[in-house]
Write a protein that binds this ligand. Structure first.
Ligand code: UGA
Length: 432
Protein backbone atom coordinates (compact mmCIF):
# COMPACT_ATOMS: atom_id res chain seq x y z
CA UNK A 1 0.00 0.00 0.00
CA UNK A 2 1.01 3.60 -0.40
CA UNK A 3 1.02 5.15 3.05
CA UNK A 4 2.11 8.39 4.56
CA UNK A 5 2.80 9.12 8.20
CA UNK A 6 2.57 12.76 9.21
CA UNK A 7 4.73 13.56 12.22
CA UNK A 8 8.14 11.90 12.53
CA UNK A 9 8.36 11.65 16.32
CA UNK A 10 8.62 8.39 18.23
CA UNK A 11 5.35 6.87 17.07
CA UNK A 12 5.53 8.25 13.52
CA UNK A 13 9.09 7.10 12.84
CA UNK A 14 8.64 3.64 14.30
CA UNK A 15 5.28 3.08 12.58
CA UNK A 16 6.60 4.41 9.27
CA UNK A 17 9.70 2.22 9.36
CA UNK A 18 7.74 -0.87 10.43
CA UNK A 19 5.03 -0.41 7.77
CA UNK A 20 7.82 -0.08 5.17
CA UNK A 21 9.43 -3.27 6.49
CA UNK A 22 6.08 -5.01 5.99
CA UNK A 23 6.36 -4.18 2.28
CA UNK A 24 4.43 -0.91 2.00
CA UNK A 25 5.66 2.29 0.37
CA UNK A 26 5.82 4.86 3.13
CA UNK A 27 6.35 8.62 3.07
CA UNK A 28 7.20 10.08 6.49
CA UNK A 29 6.50 13.78 6.84
CA UNK A 30 7.68 16.34 9.36
CA UNK A 31 7.71 20.13 9.27
CA UNK A 32 11.13 20.15 10.98
CA UNK A 33 13.31 20.47 7.87
CA UNK A 34 16.54 19.81 9.72
CA UNK A 35 15.14 16.57 11.13
CA UNK A 36 14.00 15.49 7.65
CA UNK A 37 17.34 16.25 6.04
CA UNK A 38 19.05 14.15 8.74
CA UNK A 39 16.56 11.30 8.33
CA UNK A 40 17.14 11.25 4.55
CA UNK A 41 20.77 10.42 5.35
CA UNK A 42 19.74 7.86 7.96
CA UNK A 43 20.47 10.11 10.95
CA UNK A 44 17.91 9.21 13.63
CA UNK A 45 17.10 11.92 16.21
CA UNK A 46 16.29 9.41 18.98
CA UNK A 47 17.90 6.30 20.39
CA UNK A 48 15.62 3.32 19.90
CA UNK A 49 17.09 -0.18 19.56
CA UNK A 50 16.92 -1.42 15.95
CA UNK A 51 15.33 1.74 14.50
CA UNK A 52 18.41 3.09 12.76
CA UNK A 53 19.01 -0.21 10.93
CA UNK A 54 15.36 -0.48 9.92
CA UNK A 55 15.25 3.06 8.55
CA UNK A 56 18.55 2.75 6.68
CA UNK A 57 17.62 -0.55 5.03
CA UNK A 58 14.16 0.67 3.97
CA UNK A 59 15.64 3.92 2.64
CA UNK A 60 17.99 1.82 0.52
CA UNK A 61 15.25 -0.35 -0.94
CA UNK A 62 13.14 2.75 -1.66
CA UNK A 63 10.21 1.73 0.49
CA UNK A 64 10.73 4.65 2.85
CA UNK A 65 10.94 8.33 1.98
CA UNK A 66 11.20 11.46 4.10
CA UNK A 67 9.81 14.85 3.15
CA UNK A 68 8.60 18.15 4.61
CA UNK A 69 6.09 18.43 1.79
CA UNK A 70 2.71 17.32 3.07
CA UNK A 71 1.16 17.83 -0.38
CA UNK A 72 3.45 15.22 -1.89
CA UNK A 73 2.47 12.78 0.87
CA UNK A 74 -1.28 13.35 0.57
CA UNK A 75 -1.26 13.11 -3.24
CA UNK A 76 0.66 9.85 -3.25
CA UNK A 77 -0.95 7.88 -0.42
CA UNK A 78 -4.22 6.09 0.03
CA UNK A 79 -3.76 5.83 3.79
CA UNK A 80 -2.58 8.84 5.80
CA UNK A 81 -1.58 8.35 9.42
CA UNK A 82 -1.55 11.35 11.74
CA UNK A 83 1.17 10.93 14.35
CA UNK A 84 1.97 14.50 15.36
CA UNK A 85 2.67 15.50 18.96
CA UNK A 86 -0.10 16.44 21.37
CA UNK A 87 1.79 18.22 24.19
CA UNK A 88 0.18 19.34 27.41
CA UNK A 89 -1.15 22.90 27.66
CA UNK A 90 -0.84 24.81 30.92
CA UNK A 91 -4.37 23.81 31.95
CA UNK A 92 -3.56 20.11 31.49
CA UNK A 93 -5.43 19.79 28.20
CA UNK A 94 -3.81 18.21 25.15
CA UNK A 95 -2.72 20.78 22.59
CA UNK A 96 -4.43 19.73 19.35
CA UNK A 97 -3.27 22.59 17.14
CA UNK A 98 -0.85 20.25 15.31
CA UNK A 99 -3.65 17.80 14.55
CA UNK A 100 -5.98 20.53 13.30
CA UNK A 101 -3.24 21.92 11.12
CA UNK A 102 -2.59 18.53 9.53
CA UNK A 103 -6.33 17.94 9.00
CA UNK A 104 -6.60 21.24 7.12
CA UNK A 105 -3.54 20.47 4.99
CA UNK A 106 -4.90 17.03 4.13
CA UNK A 107 -8.22 18.60 3.10
CA UNK A 108 -6.46 21.00 0.74
CA UNK A 109 -4.60 18.31 -1.16
CA UNK A 110 -7.05 15.41 -1.32
CA UNK A 111 -7.72 14.46 -4.95
CA UNK A 112 -9.45 11.10 -4.47
CA UNK A 113 -10.54 8.71 -1.72
CA UNK A 114 -8.30 8.82 1.35
CA UNK A 115 -8.31 6.99 4.65
CA UNK A 116 -7.14 9.26 7.46
CA UNK A 117 -5.91 7.34 10.48
CA UNK A 118 -5.41 9.04 13.82
CA UNK A 119 -2.49 7.41 15.68
CA UNK A 120 -1.40 10.09 18.15
CA UNK A 121 -2.87 9.77 21.64
CA UNK A 122 -5.78 12.19 21.58
CA UNK A 123 -8.82 13.09 23.66
CA UNK A 124 -12.02 11.27 22.85
CA UNK A 125 -13.94 13.06 20.06
CA UNK A 126 -10.78 14.25 18.26
CA UNK A 127 -11.58 12.07 15.25
CA UNK A 128 -14.99 13.75 14.96
CA UNK A 129 -13.18 17.08 14.83
CA UNK A 130 -10.73 15.79 12.23
CA UNK A 131 -13.67 14.64 10.12
CA UNK A 132 -15.48 17.97 10.48
CA UNK A 133 -12.30 19.93 9.73
CA UNK A 134 -11.53 17.97 6.57
CA UNK A 135 -15.15 18.25 5.42
CA UNK A 136 -15.03 22.01 5.98
CA UNK A 137 -11.77 22.70 4.15
CA UNK A 138 -11.95 20.10 1.39
CA UNK A 139 -11.91 21.70 -2.08
CA UNK A 140 -13.80 19.18 -4.21
CA UNK A 141 -16.31 16.70 -2.88
CA UNK A 142 -13.96 13.74 -2.39
CA UNK A 143 -14.80 10.71 -0.27
CA UNK A 144 -12.73 10.03 2.81
CA UNK A 145 -12.95 8.03 6.04
CA UNK A 146 -11.45 8.66 9.45
CA UNK A 147 -10.15 5.84 11.66
CA UNK A 148 -8.87 5.85 15.23
CA UNK A 149 -5.96 3.42 15.52
CA UNK A 150 -4.17 4.09 18.81
CA UNK A 151 -0.60 2.90 19.15
CA UNK A 152 0.52 0.98 22.24
CA UNK A 153 4.27 0.72 21.64
CA UNK A 154 6.70 1.43 24.44
CA UNK A 155 9.94 3.34 24.06
CA UNK A 156 12.91 1.02 24.30
CA UNK A 157 11.03 -1.93 22.77
CA UNK A 158 9.09 0.00 20.16
CA UNK A 159 9.84 -2.14 17.10
CA UNK A 160 9.04 -5.37 18.89
CA UNK A 161 5.85 -3.84 20.30
CA UNK A 162 4.75 -2.56 16.89
CA UNK A 163 5.18 -6.01 15.37
CA UNK A 164 3.72 -7.99 18.28
CA UNK A 165 0.91 -5.89 19.75
CA UNK A 166 -1.41 -7.58 22.25
CA UNK A 167 -4.22 -6.10 20.19
CA UNK A 168 -4.74 -3.80 17.22
CA UNK A 169 -7.58 -1.39 17.95
CA UNK A 170 -9.50 -0.01 14.99
CA UNK A 171 -12.21 2.55 15.65
CA UNK A 172 -14.06 2.99 12.37
CA UNK A 173 -17.37 3.60 10.65
CA UNK A 174 -17.33 2.07 7.17
CA UNK A 175 -16.69 -1.30 5.58
CA UNK A 176 -14.20 0.27 3.19
CA UNK A 177 -12.12 1.59 6.10
CA UNK A 178 -12.31 -1.80 7.82
CA UNK A 179 -11.10 -3.63 4.71
CA UNK A 180 -8.14 -1.32 4.15
CA UNK A 181 -7.05 -1.37 7.80
CA UNK A 182 -7.38 -5.13 8.24
CA UNK A 183 -5.40 -5.69 5.01
CA UNK A 184 -2.70 -3.36 6.24
CA UNK A 185 -2.32 -5.14 9.58
CA UNK A 186 -2.98 -8.65 8.29
CA UNK A 187 0.77 -9.53 7.99
CA UNK A 188 1.20 -9.03 11.75
CA UNK A 189 -1.33 -11.78 12.44
CA UNK A 190 -2.36 -10.29 15.80
CA UNK A 191 -5.84 -9.92 17.37
CA UNK A 192 -7.84 -7.04 15.89
CA UNK A 193 -10.56 -5.32 17.86
CA UNK A 194 -12.97 -3.24 15.79
CA UNK A 195 -14.91 -0.66 17.78
CA UNK A 196 -16.65 2.62 17.22
CA UNK A 197 -14.33 5.60 16.89
CA UNK A 198 -14.91 7.11 20.33
CA UNK A 199 -14.37 3.78 22.09
CA UNK A 200 -11.05 3.35 20.30
CA UNK A 201 -9.93 6.81 21.39
CA UNK A 202 -10.92 6.03 24.96
CA UNK A 203 -9.17 2.64 24.96
CA UNK A 204 -5.82 4.38 24.61
CA UNK A 205 -6.30 6.90 27.41
CA UNK A 206 -7.94 4.32 29.66
CA UNK A 207 -5.08 1.84 29.10
CA UNK A 208 -2.32 4.32 29.90
CA UNK A 209 -4.25 5.61 32.91
CA UNK A 210 -4.75 2.08 34.19
CA UNK A 211 -1.06 1.21 33.80
CA UNK A 212 -0.10 4.39 35.68
CA UNK A 213 -2.61 3.40 38.36
CA UNK A 214 -0.91 0.02 38.79
CA UNK A 215 2.45 1.75 39.26
CA UNK A 216 1.14 4.27 41.79
CA UNK A 217 -0.71 1.50 43.60
CA UNK A 218 2.44 -0.57 44.07
CA UNK A 219 4.38 2.56 45.03
CA UNK A 220 1.77 3.23 47.72
CA UNK A 221 2.21 -0.37 48.93
CA UNK A 222 5.97 0.26 49.04
CA UNK A 223 5.36 2.98 51.64
CA UNK A 224 3.54 0.51 53.88
CA UNK A 225 6.24 -2.12 53.29
CA UNK A 226 8.94 0.24 54.51
CA UNK A 227 6.97 1.02 57.65
CA UNK A 228 6.39 -2.58 58.66
CA UNK A 229 9.53 -4.28 57.33
CA UNK A 230 7.95 -6.13 54.38
CA UNK A 231 9.49 -6.38 50.91
CA UNK A 232 7.41 -4.85 48.09
CA UNK A 233 9.01 -7.14 45.53
CA UNK A 234 7.69 -10.14 47.39
CA UNK A 235 4.26 -8.51 47.80
CA UNK A 236 4.17 -7.70 44.06
CA UNK A 237 5.22 -11.25 43.17
CA UNK A 238 2.42 -12.66 45.31
CA UNK A 239 -0.15 -10.26 43.87
CA UNK A 240 1.00 -10.84 40.32
CA UNK A 241 0.45 -14.60 40.54
CA UNK A 242 -3.26 -13.86 40.58
CA UNK A 243 -4.15 -13.88 36.89
CA UNK A 244 -6.79 -11.24 37.47
CA UNK A 245 -4.07 -8.83 38.65
CA UNK A 246 -1.13 -9.88 36.45
CA UNK A 247 2.54 -9.46 37.27
CA UNK A 248 3.37 -6.56 34.95
CA UNK A 249 3.64 -2.91 35.95
CA UNK A 250 4.04 -3.72 39.61
CA UNK A 251 7.64 -2.55 40.02
CA UNK A 252 7.88 -0.01 42.78
CA UNK A 253 10.52 2.66 42.40
CA UNK A 254 11.04 6.33 41.73
CA UNK A 255 7.70 6.60 39.94
CA UNK A 256 6.68 6.76 36.31
CA UNK A 257 7.99 9.34 33.86
CA UNK A 258 8.28 9.69 30.12
CA UNK A 259 6.33 11.58 27.53
CA UNK A 260 3.14 9.52 27.81
CA UNK A 261 1.84 8.70 31.30
CA UNK A 262 2.21 12.19 32.87
CA UNK A 263 0.76 13.88 29.76
CA UNK A 264 -2.04 11.38 29.27
CA UNK A 265 -3.11 11.51 32.91
CA UNK A 266 -3.31 15.29 32.79
CA UNK A 267 -5.31 15.12 29.58
CA UNK A 268 -7.67 12.41 30.86
CA UNK A 269 -8.33 14.31 34.10
CA UNK A 270 -9.09 17.42 32.04
CA UNK A 271 -11.41 15.50 29.72
CA UNK A 272 -13.29 14.36 32.85
CA UNK A 273 -13.51 17.94 34.11
CA UNK A 274 -14.89 19.15 30.79
CA UNK A 275 -17.52 16.43 30.90
CA UNK A 276 -18.40 17.30 34.49
CA UNK A 277 -16.69 14.25 36.02
CA UNK A 278 -14.14 14.60 38.80
CA UNK A 279 -11.58 11.88 38.00
CA UNK A 280 -10.47 11.50 41.63
CA UNK A 281 -8.79 8.14 41.19
CA UNK A 282 -6.41 9.57 38.56
CA UNK A 283 -5.70 12.64 40.64
CA UNK A 284 -4.58 10.30 43.44
CA UNK A 285 -2.42 8.35 40.98
CA UNK A 286 -0.74 11.57 39.89
CA UNK A 287 -0.18 12.76 43.47
CA UNK A 288 1.23 9.41 44.55
CA UNK A 289 3.68 9.58 41.67
CA UNK A 290 4.84 13.04 42.73
CA UNK A 291 5.13 11.97 46.36
CA UNK A 292 7.24 8.97 45.42
CA UNK A 293 10.12 11.19 44.27
CA UNK A 294 9.90 13.21 47.48
CA UNK A 295 9.83 9.99 49.48
CA UNK A 296 13.07 8.72 47.92
CA UNK A 297 14.68 12.13 48.49
CA UNK A 298 13.68 11.92 52.15
CA UNK A 299 15.29 8.47 52.39
CA UNK A 300 18.53 9.94 51.05
CA UNK A 301 18.37 12.78 53.56
CA UNK A 302 17.57 10.43 56.42
CA UNK A 303 20.73 8.44 55.84
CA UNK A 304 23.11 11.22 54.77
CA UNK A 305 21.79 13.74 57.31
CA UNK A 306 23.42 16.81 55.74
CA UNK A 307 23.34 16.94 51.93
CA UNK A 308 25.32 20.18 51.65
CA UNK A 309 28.83 19.37 50.40
CA UNK A 310 28.19 15.63 49.92
CA UNK A 311 29.15 13.96 46.65
CA UNK A 312 26.37 11.87 45.17
CA UNK A 313 26.65 9.51 42.21
CA UNK A 314 23.54 8.95 40.10
CA UNK A 315 23.46 6.02 37.69
CA UNK A 316 20.77 6.26 35.03
CA UNK A 317 19.16 9.43 33.70
CA UNK A 318 16.65 8.33 31.03
CA UNK A 319 13.07 7.83 32.26
CA UNK A 320 13.47 4.10 31.65
CA UNK A 321 16.13 1.79 30.19
CA UNK A 322 16.89 1.40 26.45
CA UNK A 323 16.03 4.96 25.55
CA UNK A 324 17.80 8.32 25.66
CA UNK A 325 14.52 10.06 26.45
CA UNK A 326 14.68 12.37 29.46
CA UNK A 327 11.16 13.76 29.31
CA UNK A 328 9.69 13.76 32.83
CA UNK A 329 12.50 11.47 33.97
CA UNK A 330 12.34 11.12 37.78
CA UNK A 331 16.17 11.29 37.84
CA UNK A 332 16.10 14.92 36.72
CA UNK A 333 13.82 16.10 39.56
CA UNK A 334 15.89 14.14 42.06
CA UNK A 335 19.21 15.53 40.80
CA UNK A 336 17.90 19.10 40.77
CA UNK A 337 16.62 18.69 44.34
CA UNK A 338 20.02 17.34 45.46
CA UNK A 339 21.84 20.23 43.79
CA UNK A 340 19.44 22.65 45.44
CA UNK A 341 20.44 21.16 48.79
CA UNK A 342 24.12 21.75 47.98
CA UNK A 343 25.23 18.28 46.82
CA UNK A 344 27.92 17.69 44.20
CA UNK A 345 26.32 15.32 41.72
CA UNK A 346 28.20 12.94 39.41
CA UNK A 347 26.13 11.24 36.73
CA UNK A 348 26.37 8.48 34.17
CA UNK A 349 23.87 7.03 31.69
CA UNK A 350 24.63 4.59 28.87
CA UNK A 351 22.68 6.55 26.21
CA UNK A 352 21.22 9.79 27.57
CA UNK A 353 24.42 11.77 28.31
CA UNK A 354 24.25 14.02 25.25
CA UNK A 355 20.64 14.99 25.88
CA UNK A 356 21.32 15.38 29.62
CA UNK A 357 24.14 17.85 28.94
CA UNK A 358 21.55 20.19 27.46
CA UNK A 359 19.29 20.18 30.52
CA UNK A 360 21.40 19.41 33.58
CA UNK A 361 23.59 22.18 34.90
CA UNK A 362 26.25 21.96 37.59
CA UNK A 363 26.70 18.19 37.50
CA UNK A 364 29.79 16.20 36.58
CA UNK A 365 29.22 13.97 33.54
CA UNK A 366 31.28 10.79 33.89
CA UNK A 367 32.46 8.31 31.29
CA UNK A 368 31.26 5.24 33.14
CA UNK A 369 29.55 4.02 36.29
CA UNK A 370 32.75 3.53 38.28
CA UNK A 371 34.06 6.98 37.45
CA UNK A 372 30.71 8.39 38.58
CA UNK A 373 31.03 6.58 41.91
CA UNK A 374 34.57 7.82 42.51
CA UNK A 375 34.74 9.61 45.87
CA UNK A 376 30.94 9.61 46.31
CA UNK A 377 29.19 9.42 49.67
CA UNK A 378 26.25 7.65 48.12
CA UNK A 379 25.33 5.76 44.95
CA UNK A 380 21.80 6.19 43.60
CA UNK A 381 20.28 3.95 40.93
CA UNK A 382 17.69 6.04 39.08
CA UNK A 383 17.17 3.89 35.95
CA UNK A 384 17.41 0.12 35.78
CA UNK A 385 19.71 -0.25 32.76
CA UNK A 386 20.98 -3.84 32.40
CA UNK A 387 24.59 -2.76 32.82
CA UNK A 388 23.75 -1.50 36.33
CA UNK A 389 22.23 -4.85 37.25
CA UNK A 390 25.67 -6.38 36.72
CA UNK A 391 27.78 -4.00 38.81
CA UNK A 392 31.13 -5.17 40.17
CA UNK A 393 30.40 -4.27 43.77
CA UNK A 394 33.91 -5.07 44.98
CA UNK A 395 35.25 -2.46 42.55
CA UNK A 396 32.37 -0.12 43.38
CA UNK A 397 33.12 -0.31 47.10
CA UNK A 398 36.72 0.74 46.48
CA UNK A 399 35.58 3.72 44.40
CA UNK A 400 32.95 5.01 46.82
CA UNK A 401 33.85 7.12 49.84
CA UNK A 402 30.97 5.53 51.68
CA UNK A 403 29.43 2.13 50.83
CA UNK A 404 25.87 3.38 50.60
CA UNK A 405 23.45 2.34 47.84
CA UNK A 406 20.04 3.92 47.27
CA UNK A 407 18.38 1.48 44.92
CA UNK A 408 15.66 3.65 43.35
CA UNK A 409 14.58 0.78 41.06
CA UNK A 410 14.90 -2.19 43.45
CA UNK A 411 17.30 -4.10 41.24
CA UNK A 412 19.67 -5.47 43.88
CA UNK A 413 19.47 -8.13 46.55
CA UNK A 414 19.48 -6.28 49.90
CA UNK A 415 20.92 -9.29 51.76
CA UNK A 416 23.81 -9.70 49.33
CA UNK A 417 24.78 -6.04 49.45
CA UNK A 418 24.48 -5.91 53.23
CA UNK A 419 26.71 -8.97 53.46
CA UNK A 420 29.28 -7.17 51.28
CA UNK A 421 29.35 -4.31 53.76
CA UNK A 422 27.03 -1.87 51.97
CA UNK A 423 24.24 0.09 53.56
CA UNK A 424 21.38 -0.81 51.23
CA UNK A 425 18.24 1.30 50.92
CA UNK A 426 15.61 0.31 48.41
CA UNK A 427 12.03 1.43 47.82
CA UNK A 428 9.67 -0.60 49.99
CA UNK A 429 12.28 -3.19 50.92
CA UNK A 430 11.57 -2.80 54.62
CA UNK A 431 14.32 -0.38 55.53
CA UNK A 432 12.73 3.00 56.11
C1 UGA B 1 3.68 3.82 27.68
C2 UGA B 1 2.79 2.58 27.50
O1 UGA B 1 3.36 1.47 28.19
C3 UGA B 1 2.65 2.22 26.02
O2 UGA B 1 1.75 1.13 25.87
C4 UGA B 1 2.10 3.46 25.27
O3 UGA B 1 2.02 3.20 23.88
C5 UGA B 1 3.02 4.64 25.50
O4 UGA B 1 3.13 4.90 26.92
C6 UGA B 1 2.44 5.82 24.79
O5 UGA B 1 1.36 6.27 25.20
O6 UGA B 1 2.98 6.24 23.76
P1 UGA B 1 6.35 4.26 27.68
O7 UGA B 1 6.00 5.57 28.28
O8 UGA B 1 7.28 4.20 26.51
O9 UGA B 1 4.99 3.50 27.19
O10 UGA B 1 7.03 3.36 28.77
P2 UGA B 1 6.56 2.31 29.89
O11 UGA B 1 7.33 1.08 29.73
O12 UGA B 1 5.08 2.18 29.96
O13 UGA B 1 7.06 3.05 31.22
C7 UGA B 1 6.52 4.28 31.66
C8 UGA B 1 7.09 4.66 33.01
O14 UGA B 1 6.59 3.82 34.03
C9 UGA B 1 8.61 4.57 33.11
O15 UGA B 1 9.10 5.71 33.79
C10 UGA B 1 8.86 3.32 33.92
O16 UGA B 1 10.05 3.38 34.65
C11 UGA B 1 7.64 3.35 34.85
N1 UGA B 1 7.28 2.01 35.38
C12 UGA B 1 6.83 1.05 34.53
C13 UGA B 1 7.38 1.78 36.74
O17 UGA B 1 7.78 2.65 37.54
N2 UGA B 1 6.99 0.55 37.22
C14 UGA B 1 6.53 -0.43 36.40
O18 UGA B 1 6.19 -1.52 36.92
C15 UGA B 1 6.44 -0.18 35.03
Amino acid sequence: MNISVIGSGYVGLVSGACFAELGNHVICVDNDKQKISGLKKGVIPIYEPGLQELIVSNLKNNRLKFTSNIKEAVKNSEVIFIAVGTPTLENGEADLTGIEDVARSIAQHIDGYRLIVEKSTVPVETCSWIKKTIATYIKKKQKFDVVSNPEFLREGSAIHDFNHPDRIVLGLETLRAKQIMTNLYQPLNRPILVTNIKSAELIKHASNAFLATKISFINAISRICDQVGADVREVAAGMGMDNRIGRYFLHAGLGYGGSCFPKDLDAFITIGEKLGYDFQILKAVRNTNQEQKAFVLKKIKDVLWIIQGKTIAVLGLSFKPNTDDLRNAPSIDLINALIQEGAKVRVYDPKAMEKAKKILKNVTFCKDKYQAASGADCLIIATEWNEFKELDFIKMKKKLKRALVIDGRNIYDPKLLTKMGFTYIGVGRGNE
